[in-house]
Ligand binder design. Structure first.
Ligand SMILES: Nc1ncnc2c1ncn2[C@@H]1O[C@H](COP(=O)(O)OP(=O)(O)O)[C@@H](O)[C@H]1O
Ligand SMILES: [Mg+2]
Length: 296
């Protein structure tokens, strides 16, 4: 069963088409990265999935039920992009409050989360730094061990140590079968965690792919150092070579798709060293953002 399924899900704010005809399926147990630049419609989508907003058209099903069903909502954890609560409450007050709404938290699990994220529960919300507010947001989202987590830009404002802890927590939750839906406007935040990503632009889902497939689309860069000066044009006509530049005894290559033909041609040369550079996934990702209206 899908954890999230939307059909033609659409939300307009007067003339603004925030989400347009969204057809999306997120399977149970997967980590799905929901990517798009600011204003693309990520938060609106999440709010629709939580019944904070009603769609203009289309439907959403979460955990097999309607977003408006309180029994369904109790099984969801939500991290808002911007947690805003009464500044006088302490972290402990807020966690107790959320716990009461949800029919009780497991206190040992909540304490473990506070420790893992190194958050003092006795501080008032008004005294918390942005980073600490972020931690509280995460802890309350995970506190009732939800089956589905909707996390809106979860790692923005977290330092690297906490990002690593966050990643561990995500893996832990999915190992128990939870489904994670996380939005972001930058790819590096989700590429290590997500199996699949959807790319949203101006309210439209323009691409759904596995991170692996995106990597395959990325161009790889390599350098061949030869034992003798390189000849111009040795890589002419080799499939996948989009750029070949010779510099003394070094050949710089940019390759798209399979490396096989390149390796076979390189085998005919006196290669001393082969240096490869990680495929630039961010480049692929940005090409989908490009504002010319032509999605690939
Ligand atoms: N409550 C609202 N009223 C009017 N316009 C809104 C509202 N919420 C969002 N929008 C607009 O809808 C579009 C999508 O916004 P949003 O979902 O917040 O994008 P993202 O989260 O990807 O940055 C934007 O153009 C935004 O200005
Ligand atoms: Mg947003």
């Amino acid at each position: 069963m899908a954890a999230i399924r939307t059909e033609n899900l659409t939300k307009n704010f007067r003339q603004i088409r925030a989400v347009q005809g969204l057809d999306l399926t997120v399977d149970t147990g997967e980590v799905f990265g929901y990517l798009g630049p600011n204003g693309a419609g990520k938060t609106t989508t999440i709010r629709l999935l939580l019944d904070f907003l009603r769609p203009t058209a289309g439907t959403a099903t979460v955990l097999g039920g309607a977003p408006a069903d309180p029994a369904v909502r109790r099984r969801i954890g939500f991290l808002p992009a911007d947690l805003s609560v009464d500044p006088r409450y302490t972290t402990r007050d807020l966690l107790d409050f959320y716990g009461a709404l949800r029919g009780g938290h497991d206190p040992a699990w909540v304490d473990a989360l506070l420790q893992r994220f190194d958050l003092d529960p006795n501080r008032r919300f008004g005294e918390l730094s942005t980073g600490n507010r972020r931690k509280l947001g995460l802890i309350q989202a995970f506190a009732h061990r939800p089956e589905l987590l909707l996390l809106d830009e979860p790692t923005s404002g977290l330092d690297p140590l906490l990002q690593a802890e966050f990643a561990r927590l995500i893996r832990e939750m999915t190992s128990f079968g939870a489904t994670i839906f996380l939005s972001s406007h930058v790819l590096p935040e989700v590429e290590e965690l997500a199996g699949r990503v959807g790319i949203l632009r101006q309210g439209e889902l323009i691409k759904v792919a596995t991170v692996e497939d995106l990597r395959a689309e990325a161009r790889a860069r390599l350098e061949l150092r030869l034992a003798e000066p390189a000849l111009e044009g040795v890589f002419d006509g080799v499939p996948g070579v989009v750029e070949a530049r010779t510099e003394g005894s070094t050949i710089h290559l940019v390759v798209e798709g399979s490396m096989d033909p390149v390796i076979k041609r390189a085998a005919t040369l006196p290669v001393v060293r082969l240096i490869t550079h990680e495929a630039d996934l961010e480049e692929v990702f940005l090409s989908y953002y490009a504002g010319d209206g032509n999605a690939r």
